[in-house]
Design a binder for this molecule. Structure first.
Ligand code: 4AD
Ligand code: MG
Length: 429
């Protein structure tokens, strides 16, 4: 019976055929242990010379790393195996022999691995990261579909910026100037006025000259936008969503979390509600703890980490000064120098995973902001229309998928969270 590694449990003590690759191998004169992978998982194949005969055993012994093959074997329970199963090999058919696979079981430097990203993806660790990334995406669609949101796809090529003009990727759009999207938000606001509750999931681009473990040039964002939802309600959706994602990974990715050596007790605590502190209190806390920061300054990574360390759940920092936030954020009606916004800071030093806010719904105020931010009224005319025709209170947020993957997987750097990372100085492979 032809099957996959993830499905072998259905064929206990039966003979199966699996198409796969040789990840690694150990052998002696009489027995060979093949570490096999097929994309769905990893399993050990045991080849006993006395059982399979000279010919098959020689094939096993000489097989090279990453050769592709069809392996035939009987499925056995193996308590010690992470998946719980092992294959007693009965036959081997090489499809293609790989010669001198560059990523050997020994240690390699990061740059070497990044240059071979197209092959590095095959490793057990990278496989686990991609499976968890996929689970986060699956849980995202499930959460928003179950809660009455409609998926809307904003454009990638845009005529204006959403998050400020300093880090835009410029390109030509025939005779016009165009920019790669930094955020779909402004379009999602239009969509929310048509469909109520909407979410997007797509690539976004920022020409940021930052070389940190949290910054990518191209990253994927989930951007929900909701009509008739205020700041407080917005935070509730965020904590429910993030809890749902993390609990889904715990439920469906135990093997992958184990392969990564992730401390899952930390993830088990990620259940709504999440703590909240105001920007004011965060500044006070930082000053009391020896950080040199003044009211009105934005937080850097060390500040975020220091604040997050006081909590074992993600923490919302709310009500930032208007001057350090985007033009579209709604001022607090009780205190116009701060806005109704929140950044969600992940635990364990992973930094900001969500930025969100209630949006300005008043046309005159929005016009004033255009002027303050030097935005052309012409380019943003359509956005003003959303306040001209049936304006309503509305809120939304953007979650960075890669930072979330890094946190859930416990990774040092976002470069491992996306199949082909685009970083400062890296556009290849
Ligand atoms: O805080 P940001 O800039 O918010 C927005 O773009 C809003 N328009 C979203 C919205 O309200 N619809 O970005 C949102 C999130 C950040 O919290 C972070 O997780 C991620 O996007 N992010 C990045 N991830 C990787 N590399 C970068 N260079 C990132 N910049 C932002
Ligand atoms: Mg932000």
């Amino acid at each position: 019976m032809k099957t996959t590694i993830s499905q072998v449990g259905n064929y206990l003590d039966k003979e199966v055929t699996i198409g796969g690759w040789l990840a690694n191998k150990r052998s002696s004169g009489k027995i060979a242990f093949l570490q096999l992978r097929d994309g769905t998982g990893f399993i050990q194949g045991v080849v006993v010379k006395a059982d399979v005969g000279e010919e098959v055993f020689t094939v096993a012994k000489n097989m090279t790393q990453e050769s592709s093959l069809y392996v035939k074997g009987i499925v056995r329970v193996d308590e010690r195996a992470p998946s719980g199963y092992e294959l007693t090999v009965t036959g081997l058919e090489i499809i293609h022999e790989a010669v001198d696979y560059p990523i050997t079981p020994k240690e390699h430097g990061t740059e070497f691995l990044m240059d071979h990203r197209h092959l590095w993806l095959r490793s057990k660790r990278q496989h686990a990261v991609m499976k968890i990334r996929n689970e986060l995406i699956r849980a995202t669609y499930e959460f928003f579909n179950d809660n009455g949101f409609v998926k809307v796809d904003p454009p990638i090529l845009t005529g204006s910026s959403a998050e400020g003009t300093t880090n835009l990727f410029h390109t030509k759009y025939f005779d016009e100037d165009a920019y790669l999207s930094q955020s779909g938000q402004l379009y999602m606001e239009a969509a929310a006025m048509a469909l109520g509750k909407v979410f997007s999931f797509g690539p976004t681009f920022r020409a940021e000259k930052s070389k940190t473990r949290r910054h990518l040039i191209e990253f994927w964002m989930i951007e929900p936008e909701m009509a008739f939802i205020d700041h407080e309600e917005n935070l509730k959706v965020q904590e429910q969503y993030v809890s749902y994602m993390v609990q889904s990974v715990l439920k469906n990715c135990q093997l992958e979390l184990k392969a990564l050596g992730r401390d899952t007790s930390k993830l088990e605590k990620i259940v709504a509600p999440f703590p909240r502190i105001t920007y004011d209190d965060a500044i006070k806390f930082l000053q009391e703890n020896g950080h040199e920061i003044e009211w009105g300054e934005d937080f850097g990574a060390p500040h975020e980490t220091a604040i997050a360390e006081s909590f074992d759940k993600p923490v919302f920092i709310t009500h930032y000064p208007s001057v350090i936030k985007a033009f579209y954020m709604k001022p607090d009606p009780n205190r116009s120098e701060v806005v109704l916004c929140a950044d969600l800071i992940a635990p364990e030093g992973y930094g900001e995973i969500i930025g969100g806010s209630q949006r300005i719904d008043d046309m005159e105020l929005l016009k004033k902001r255009y002027a303050e931010h030097n935005l052309s009224e012409e380019a943003y005319k359509w956005y003003l229309d959303l306040r001209r025709y049936g304006s309503v209170p509305h809120s939304g947020f953007g979650l960075g998928l890669e930072r979330t993957v890094a946190w859930v997987c416990g990774l040092e750097h976002v470069r491992e969270t996306i199949p082909f990372p685009r970083l400062l100085n890296r556009l290849y492979p």
